[in-house]
Design a protein around this ligand. Structure first.
Ligand SMILES: Nc1nc(=O)c2c([nH]1)NC[C@@H]1CN(c3ccc(C(=O)N[C@@H](CCC(=O)O)C(=O)O)cc3)CN21
Ligand SMILES: O=c1ccn([C@H]2C[C@H](O)[C@@H](COP(=O)(O)O)O2)c(=O)[nH]1
Length: 304
């Protein structure tokens, strides 16, 4: 069987060969395509951490755990030593104050000074806020994630099990508009007495940085599926990833050529070490990943 990571390498190859060259919001420029899909069968415990470069899967899963807490300030990410979101508040701070502060000094201040973090470290109502506390027109808050877990337990054949981050009324307050925006769940095998039902997840990502974003997004979405499946006592089925504007930044071309020249290793396996009481209680230590073998890391600058 073809290695599932080849789906990713095919997209990267397609972008290199046939991508539409265009200017983007960041000014870096991209090679882009519209519409792509990857499917990963997770039923045998595979964890889709790409192997043709080293992927820092713990960082990606910690970011997912941070979304689930509902928090939106980078202070709590930095406490976990996750620095992938610093560029946006840092950019805003530099533009507002004219101060040529380094990333390290800015991060140190966010960590040390709560008032500073509150003013400068918040990303606005991004993923976590929308997932856990979506505000409606009457000011009521909706916990979309808890709602889905409840529906999975009570009405698993529903076709309405999804959560969404594209809150139109609040887009202008977000540091970045949501990229992975719709998470839809589906249960198969409900009528079978001898087997547990299989839970699948389809994510719509309207915009995807194929080199830096996708490897993180895929493995963190697989982690989410594993957690939700465990909470509702089902087997993980498939992760289906659908991309809208899928692009390769023009300053990632060399890195992409290097990556597609490599052959994938088998995916690692993932196991959850315990079953926490709720979706809110997972920790990074709960993810037991075994057999992750990869090619070397590939460094690339992030477009802000
Ligand atoms: N242009 C762009 N691409 C993205 O993937 C992206 C954004 N912007 N903005 C919001 C978040 C931040 N994300 C990021 C940002 C940086 C890395 C990154 O630099 N990854 C490196 C190093 C990771 C580490 O040191 O832990 C990598 O090699 O994967 C990954 C995802 C994903 N998202
Ligand atoms: O989880 C994420 C978050 C962001 N991205 C990428 C996709 C784009 O390159 C930028 C966002 O820019 P927009 O102009 O808002 O589309 O960030 C990602 O791949 N994964």
């Amino acid at each position: 069987m073809r290695h599932p990571e080849e789906q990713y390498l095919d997209i990267v190859r397609h972008l290199l060969e046939k991508g539409d060259r265009r200017i983007d919001r960041t000014g870096v420029g991209t090679l882009s395509m519209f519409g792509a899909m990857m499917r990963f069968d997770l039923s045998a415990g595979d964890f889709p951490v790409f192997t043709t470069k080293k992927v820092f899967w713990k960082t990606a899963v910690k970011e997912m755990l941070w979304f689930l807490t509902g928090q939106t300030n980078i202070q709590s990410l930095l406490r976990e030593n996750i620095r992938i979101w610093t560029d946006w508040p840092l950019d805003k701070y530099r533009k507002a104050t004219g101060e040529a502060i380094s990333q390290e000094d800015f991060e140190a201040r966010i960590l040390a000074d709560d008032a500073f973090a509150e003013t400068w470290g918040d990303l606005g109502p991004v993923y976590g806020k929308q997932w856990r506390r979506w505000r409606d027109a009457e000011g009521r808050e909706h916990d979309q994630v808890a709602g889905i877990i409840d529906t999975l337990k009570t009405n698993p054949s529903s076709r309405r099990m999804l959560f969404h981050a594209w809150n139109v009324a609040e887009l202008d307050q977000m540091a970045l508009h949501p990229c992975h925006m719709t998470y839809q769940f589906h249960v198969a095998g409900l009528g079978q007495d001898d087997r547990r039902p299989r839970l699948s997840l389809m994510v719509l990502q309207r915009s995807c940085d194929i080199l830096l974003g996708a490897p993180f997004n895929i493995c963190q979405q697989a982690a989410l599926l594993a957690m939700v499946a465990q909470q509702v006592d089902m087997e993980p089925g498939e992760l289906i990833w659908a991309g809208g504007d899928v692009h390769l930044y023009l300053n990632h071309l060399e890195q992409a050529r290097e990556q597609v020249s490599r052959r994938p290793y088998p995916f690692p396996k993932v196991r959850l070490a315990r079953k926490p009481d709720s979706i809110d209680a997972y920790r990074i230590e709960d993810f037991e990943v075994s057999g992750y073998v990869s090619h070397d890391r590939i460094d690339a600058p992030v477009a802000v």
